[in-house]
Design a binder for this molecule. Structure first.
Ligand code: HEC
Ligand code: HEC
Length: 170
C-alpha cells in the first residue's frame, strides 16, 4: 500500500515537472530545418555583436564598412534585421548572402539581390500601395515585406518546380 502511494507521488511529481519545464517540443518549428538554421544564425549574430560591443547604438555606417540601406540606423538593429528578419524570411543562414570571413564583402549574388529586393519592397509600399485609389481615404494602408512572398523559402512561388506565377517547368 505504502509503495503504491509512493509510486503515485513519484509519478505526479515527474508529470508536473515535465509540465512545468518549458517544452522544447512546443517551441520547435514545424520546419525541421529551421532549428539548425536558427542555431547557426544565433552563432554568427553573437559573433558580430561581440565585435561591435560598445557601439550598438552608433549609426550602422560608422560601425560597419559597407552600409547602403541601413544608413542612420543603430548598428544593433542591422544585426536584428539580419537574424530575425531576412534570414528567417528566406529560410537561410547568414552564409547564403555573406562570405562569413568578412561581413562587408558583397561578392555573393544573393547579397546584391537582397539590396534590389529592398528597393522593390520600398517601391511597392511607397509608390504603388501608397497611391492605390481604393486606399486613398484609409489611414492604414497595407504594406509588404520579405515574408509576404518568401514565407521561409529562398525561392518563393515555385511549388513542384513551377515558375513563379507561370506554368510548371518541363
Ligand atoms: C538575404 C541576404 C542576407 C542574409 C541572409 C544576411 N545578410 Fe547580412 N547583409 C546583407 C546585405 C544586403 C547587407 C548590406 C546592408 C546595407 O547595405 O545597408 C548586409 C550587411 C551585414 C553586415 C554589415 C557588414 C558591413 O561591414 O558593412 C553584417 C555584420 C551582417 N550583414 C551580418 C549578418 C548576419 C550575422 C547574418 C545572419 C544572422 C546575415 N547578415 C544575414 C544581406 C544578408
Ligand atoms: C513580391 C514578392 C517578393 C518580395 C516582397 C520579396 N521577394 Fe525576394 N524573391 C522573390 C522572387 C519571386 C524571387 C526569385 C525566386 C526564384 O529564383 O525562384 C526572390 C529571390 C530572392 C533572393 C534570391 C534567393 C536565391 O536563393 O536565389 C533573395 C536573396 C531575396 N529574394 C531576398 C529578399 C529580401 C531580403 C526581401 C525583403 C526585403 C525580399 N526578397 C522580398 C519575391 C519577393
Amino acid at each position: 500500500m505504502k509503495k503504491w502511494i509512493t509510486a503515485v507521488f513519484a509519478l505526479t511529481a515527474i508529470v508536473s515537472l515535465v509540465a512545468l519545464t518549458p517544452s522544447t517540443i512546443s517551441t520547435k518549428s514545424a520546419d525541421p530545418r529551421e532549428d539548425s538554421l536558427a542555431a547557426d544564425r544565433a552563432k554568427y549574430a553573437k559573433e558580430v555583436r561581440a565585435a561591435i560591443a560598445g557601439k550598438e547604438k552608433t549609426n550602422a555606417e560608422e560601425v560597419f564598412k559597407n552600409i547602403k540601406i541601413f544608413k542612420g540606423r543603430p548598428a544593433e538593429q542591422v544585426i536584428g534585421i539580419m537574424e530575425n528578419g531576412w534570414s528567417k524570411a528566406l529560410g537561410v543562414s547568414c552564409n547564403h548572402c555573406h562570405d562569413v570571413k568578412d561581413w562587408s564583402l558583397d561578392t555573393k549574388g544573393d547579397h546584391a539581390i537582397a539590396r534590389d529586393m529592398v528597393a522593390m519592397v520600398g517601391k511597392v509600399n511607397d509608390d504603388l500601395i501608397a497611391t492605390m485609389p481604393s486606399y486613398a481615404t484609409k489611414e492604414r494602408k497595407p504594406r509588404i515585406g520579405c515574408t509576404t512572398c518568401h514565407r521561409g523559402e529562398s525561392h518563393p512561388g515555385r511549388p513542384n518546380g513551377a515558375r513563379p506565377g507561370g506554368p510548371p517547368r518541363n
